[in-house]
Design a protein around this ligand. Structure first.
Ligand code: ATP
Length: 588
């Protein structure tokens, strides 16, 4: 298959903002893709080579990309860099330079195939150790020499992690359903397969090779992370009990890192909430699972919490940051030990439990975990009254938790892989006052500082994520809560994300001094959510012409490097928080 067919499709997708059109263009591409390439085309469309849980990424630095363009087009690196400063897009710059070169030499090369492009990118991603930079450079420049200008544009964007076609996972599933599932109705089945495997390529390959029958047989499997179930939120025990038909199981909501453990015999693999393989980070957690989980094969979920090994007391989430490292893992493990609080079981000795009701899973979990000082089943209680819920909540907070998780005991209380649903409702301490719940916001711009802050940034322009439109909408300008040390670090942290234009995915009515690529996520606390005529978050949702903003925002000191920008707080969540707050104000 020619890579030009892929590039043509990407160009069409880019030309529209309408999701339906994007889906149709992608479906056309998937229809003409051969069975043995479909997984690769799906990964490439998402700017990847493999699903997230496979630790092989292309991501090359801009510097190397510039060198490759220079080498392939016979230009000086400075010229490329200057043009890049103008376009802000290495893909566009590569396309232009490739076009000039083609004109000058009347070069008509062999047509690149998808196989060649994918294999070359794969070899680049796997190159490591001494000489790997040279190898990557020569592979990439070789590829560019054989590419048409348009192909160069997309190759460069893929390798630098800036493809961003606006094709979300669900759009790929829609396109697959249209192209190979007999129509959009097949989407639900494909989605379930995706939710239990986290592997869009595998889903695509299965549907083209074995049709919907094959998808039906798609099963939970060890080594492939199940997309996590997420909780809704409510602001009062009364609302929670009403929503859960007057009864639920409440559990401590531990403040740590979510871990999905896959154990097969003596082999344990751990995945993060974002489905990355984090086994190497937590050798101690793997040992605990091996020792304390009684099953040949199992998939369980736990919150991994930093503890004081002497007292067994839980420490705040921030302590876990010390464990986020590639080197010195053993030392960090001794200095910052963890405990595991197991809260769900999704697979047991060959049996998929995700469609079993919660109480069945909970019973199985209790039978499977051998508790000791370091491993426990999450503290839980069956509750039927508001008072009971309040008391359990207070105990949880006293024990160092952030609140409680209220879980439905309904017969439909399955594990909703990949979904945020009402089977789990979180109730956090902060909801008791005004808006003291934190939000995770993406830095999209910055303002120069004055006086003491001259030479650094005085404030950041922060945004929520709108998944429907795949854009970032501004919510607040935040300059409080940064320590002197934070302020010193800021320009350094933001340097590589600076842009000369507003990023195309940022929707802002505020003019920043410096625009930033939406990458860095910060945790922010505010006093209240208010209507705002100048911020674009949820514009027009509550009132025509008004968006929402945070009053008195303060950086908590917590960079959420564990969060992708698309995992930031959404506009919809802010709307919910606003409505909750209003309801509370109304009732007092
Ligand atoms: P979310 O994961 O819902 O997008 P978030 O990352 O901000 O949001 P929270 O909203 O605070 O996290 O709550 C959900 C998280 O709580 C889960 O992902 C899990 O890591 C954690 N957690 C702690 N204790 C439990 C428990 N007993 N049951 C389920 N989840 C728990």
């Amino acid at each position: 298959m020619k890579f030009s067919q892929v590039a043509d499709c990407y160009e069409k997708i880019e030309s529209t903002a309408k999701r339906l059109e994007m889906t149709d263009y992608l479906a056309e591409l998937l229809k003409i893709t051969s069975n043995d390439l479909i997984d690769k085309v799906v990964y490439l469309t998402q700017g990847k080579l493999y699903p997230d849980f496979v630790d092989i990424q292309i991501g090359i630095a801009e510097k190397l990309a510039i060198q490759a363009v220079a080498k392939a087009t016979g230009k000086r690196e400075n010229e490329i860099r200057e043009d890049l400063a103008r376009t802000g897009d290495i893909g566009e710059t590569a396309q232009e330079f490739r076009a000039k070169k083609a004109q000058a030499t009347l070069f008509k090369g062999e047509q690149l195939t998808v196989e060649e492009v994918y294999d070359t990118l794969d070899r680049m991603a796997r190159a490591s150790g001494a000489g790997s930079m040279d190898k990557k450079l020569s592979l990439l420049s070789g590829l560019l020499m054989a590419a048409t200008p348009k192909e160069a544009r997309y190759i460069l964007r893929i390798v630098t992690g800036t493809l961003r076609l606006g094709i979300a996972d669900m759009t790929v599933l829609d396109a697959l359903a249209i192209a190979h599932g007999g129509g959009k109705e097949a989407r639900a089945q494909l989605e379930r397969a995706y939710n239990i495997s986290s592997d869009l390529g595998k889903v695509a390959e299965t549907v083209v090779r074995r049709g919907l029958k094959g998808i039906e047989k798609f099963a939970v499997s060890l080594g492939k992370p199940i997309r996590p179930m997420l909780a809704e939120r409510l602001g009062s025990p009364e609302e929670i009990l009403e929503k859960l038909s007057g009864k639920c199981v409440v559990e401590y909501k531990y403040d740590g890192e979510r871990v999905q453990a896959h154990k097969q015999g003596d082999r344990v693999t751990l995945f993060s909430r974002r489905l990355e393989n984090i086994t190497d980070q937590y050798p101690d957690a793997s040992e605990l699972i091996k020792k304390n989980v009684r099953a040949k094969s199992v998939i369980m979920e736990a919150e991994c919490v930093a503890i004081n090994a002497d007292t067994g007391e839980m420490k705040p989430f921030q302590e876990l940051m010390h464990r986020r490292r590639k080197y010195g893992v053993r030392e960090a493990m001794e200095e910052h030990p963890v405990s595991l609080f197991m809260f769900d079981i999704l697979y047991f000795n060959g049996q998929d439990l995700t469609l079993k009701p919660f109480l069945t899973r909970r019973k199985k979990l209790e039978q499977t975990v051998v508790e000791d000082r370091r491993v426990r089943a999450s503290t839980s209680e069956f509750i039927k009254t508001v008072e009971g819920l309040e008391q359990f909540f207070e105990r949880a907070v006293e024990a160092g938790c952030e609140g409680i998780m209220c879980k439905s005991v309904d017969k439909n209380s399955i594990y909703q892989a990949g979904a945020r649903g009402w089977n789990w409702i979180k109730y956090k301490r902060e909801y008791k006052s005004e808006m003291t719940d934190t939000v995770d916001l993406v830095a999209v711009g910055a303002f120069y500082g004055r006086g003491k802050r001259a030479g650094t940034y005085g404030a950041l322009l922060l945004a929520t994520y709108n998944p429907e439109k795949d854009v970032f909408e501004t919510l607040t300008r935040c300059g409080t809560g940064f320590t002197d040390e934070d302020l010193e670090r800021l320009p350094e942290i933001m340097k590589k994300h600076k842009l000369i234009h507003r990023h195309p995915k940022v929707n802002s009515m505020v003019e920043a001094d410096v625009w930033l690529k939406p990458v860095v996520v910060l945790e922010v606390l505010g006093s209240e959510i208010t209507l705002s005529p100048i911020h674009t978050c949820a514009m027009g949702v509550i009132r025509k012409g008004s968006g929402l903003a945070i009053r008195f925002p303060r950086f908590t000191g917590n960079y959420r490097f564990d969060r992708a920008p698309t995992g930031a707080t959404t506009n919809e969540e802010i709307v919910k928080m606003y409505r909750n707050q209003m309801r509370k104000v109304g009732s007092t």
